[in-house]
Design a protein around this ligand. Structure first.
Ligand code: CP
Ligand code: NVA
Length: 297
């Protein structure tokens, strides 16, 4: 049982609750715990496309004995002008939980305010905390969290911002390398500091990967930023994860996926033994099943 009703940001959990969710994910995955949400329905609102988030939540609900309802951008009256708060009020009275993937994080807060059920962030422009759960589970499975160095190299985006706060909660040392104009929001470092962390921040990707056990990246052009493509591609020169950058290290490579091979990462690196992105993607399922039972059972 969590103190929070909703999961909009990774630090809606306490560090102890985060540990507990990850432990529960391990137990569910191994079969030591048979978690169930019989006859419960998760509504899933998507303003943006998804492979992993949609498929892992839907499979997860089926595994738990419940049901997931996909509500895409063309399926709801929302797309025809019905206010979000009305949608949230109505859906919240049908379903046992709502997961939403939206552009504007404030819209997610509106859903959480008006829906009378737990609300889960399936990605906004600012945050992707479900991804962070899977990321931390992956690091926890492979490393000692007290003795691992992770470098975030690339855009200071939603995935990176949630990861930096989650890593701080888990006691993981992080270095962040972004171009100056695509830095993370200052509030991310303030939230990390609340958990005693002081991430190193640089604009030099080579400095960031030196000594890293794990190098984590994500796309440079996130969903909704297509018009910024040319200026972002120019700004991220030198930030690609390739063997030139990584060659002097034996670092593992994380990527939340989908990857844009040839932009933020080369095909060779993503297909090499360095890449643990596939384990991250699988862990979405296990981590979210633990989250669902914690919020909804
Ligand atoms: N990592 C992630 O959230 O992937 P999708 O966009 O496919 O859901
Ligand atoms: N930063 C990416 C993550 C996709 C899972 C985006 O927002 O498009």
């Amino acid at each position: 049982m969590l103190q929070t009703d909703d999961f909009l940001e990774i630090d809606d959990l306490t560090p102890a609750e985060l540990d507990h969710v990850l432990d529960r994910a391990v137990a569910i995955r191994s079969g030591d715990e048979e978690a169930r949400l019989p006859d419960q329905t998760l509504g899933m609102i998507f303003e943006k496309p998804s492979t992993r988030t949609r498929a892992s939540f839907e499979t997860g609900m089926t595994d738990l004995g419940g049901h997931a309802m996909f509500l895409g951008p063309d399926d709801l009256q929302l797309g025809h002008g019905e206010p979000l708060r009305d949608t949230a009020r109505v859906l919240g009275n049908y379903v046992d939980g709502l997961m939403a993937r939206l552009f504007d994080h404030e819209d997610l807060e509106v859903i959480a305010e008006y829906a009378d059920c737990p609300v889960i962030n399936g990605l906004t422009d600012d945050a992707h905390p479900c991804q962070t759960l899977a990321d931390l589970l992956t690091i926890h499975e492979r490393f000692d969290c007290d003795d691992v160095e992770v470098a975030w190299v690339g855009d200071g985006n939603n995935v990176g911002q949630s990861f930096v706060v989650g890593a701080a909660m888990a006691g993981i040392d992080v270095t962040v390398a972004t171009p100056p104009e695509y830095a993370m929001d200052e509030s991310v470092f303030e939230r990390a500091a609340d958990f005693g962390a002081d991430p190193d921040v640089t604009t030099d990707p080579e400095a960031a990967v030196a000594g890293a056990d794990v190098v984590y990246t994500d796309v440079w052009i996130s969903m909704g930023q297509e018009e910024q493509r040319e200026e972002k591609l120019a700004a991220f020169e030198g930030f690609q994860l390739n063997e030139d950058l990584l060659g002097g290290t034996d670092a593992k490579v994380m990527h939340c996926l989908p990857a844009h091979r040839g932009e933020e990462i080369t095909n060779d690196v993503l297909e090499s033994d360095r890449a643990i992105a596939w384990q991250q993607a699988e862990n979405r399922l296990h981590a979210q099943k633990a989250l669902l039972v914690e919020l909804m059972e």
